[in-house]
Design a binder for this molecule. Sequence first.
Ligand code: FAD
Length: 402
Amino acid sequence: MNNPVSKIVVIGGGLAAANAVAELREQGYSGAITVVGAEPHLPYERPPLSKGLLLGTEQPESVFVHDRAWYDDHGVELRIGVRATALDRERGRVLLDDGELDYDRLILATGSTARRLPALEAGDIPVRYLRTLDESLALKEELTGRLLIVGAGWIGLEIAAAARQAGAEVTVVENAAWPLLNVLGPELAPLFADLHRGHGVDLRLGTAVAGVQGSEVLLSDGTRLRPDLIVAGVGAAPADELAAAAGLATGNGVLVDARLATADPAVFAAGDVANQAHPSLGRVRVEHWDNAIEQGRHVARSVLGDQAPYTRQPYFFSDQYDLGMEYLGHVGRDGYDELIVRGDRAALNLVALWVRGGTIVAGLHLNDWDAADSLRLLVGSTPDDLDALRDETVPLPRPSED
Ligand code: FAD
């Protein structure tokens, strides 16, 4: 490291931030660290917000990455409930809603925010979004009566599953022909339609909300619904306003290089907000738990001078009813020329591999946890013998034990 780093500020008190500060200390960095987080909570994990917390199988205390004592013990100053309002990059200063902070290295880990649909809010029906711990705890109390969920993405479907398990009447409206179509493709997405319909969800595909008037929702197919509550799960947008206002390059997130560095040598970004020049995937912004952890750790090393690129494949998981699944990789705009499916679609127990030009660009398993290690081995590789993968009598390769 040419010039010693002694003041690191991390903006955004989420998963990427919590992992970045842990790695800074693990790497032996002994200077000042300050985390600025707008939410009034210690950094926490969001996956339980649409799963265990809604179902009541997990308690709010279990979502925090570290307890408060950890931050004290590791000399990390937490400014939570505080928002960063601007960056003064010339002075190396962050302006806060209650003061300012100087930095010599800055990590932007501001995550993303739930996209809002103002048209839904035009009537008298309460509309909820799910991004924060407080929103999850409030929504848990409202999973009764007639619920309309707009958007059959991961979060919409997980809320649908929790709501059905809580006994609510659930309608899900989705514009696309299938739920999760852009991730799972037309071959596998219908399985999720069957799963939810099998649990009593009224799933309206190829349908949009045309308008809300008073206590009535008008759908594009002419149907009128009178839900007690609307929950919108229509995606998230990167919280990159601070960076853009400070003149950093943005475009679907903060543009960073393979090391997660911006063009300003003092400023880095990680997690949902980072749009990375990934060495094998091209420009990619990943909104997943694993990415926030691993980029958080990686960015800490980059800040301390490590030149290594972040090369990890995107990974995520979901739980809905008794279905658990994991997905690894990224199909991207170039698509795929073959999908290999092994297992039993009807029983929702299978492994799928997306192949492009002989390379396994992505893979998933549904309820086949033994396959997770094989996916790690296969995704990103170009196997000599694809026929062996197509042949279900040949076991999937597994990592060697030693
Ligand atoms: P965030 O967790 O969004 O944290 C960013 C923090 O920065 C926020 O607290 C925000 O308030 C704060 N902030 C923003 N701007 C400022 C500012 N100017 N000043 C101060 N603070 C600021 N991923 C999976 O892989 N599997 C799952 O099953 C899964 N389930 C999910 C369920 C839900 C309900 C949600 C919302 C997300 C889920 N995710 C899941 C995605 C995963 O949680 C995110 O990818 C991860 O939280 C990103 O972490 P992050 O630290 O980048 O950002």
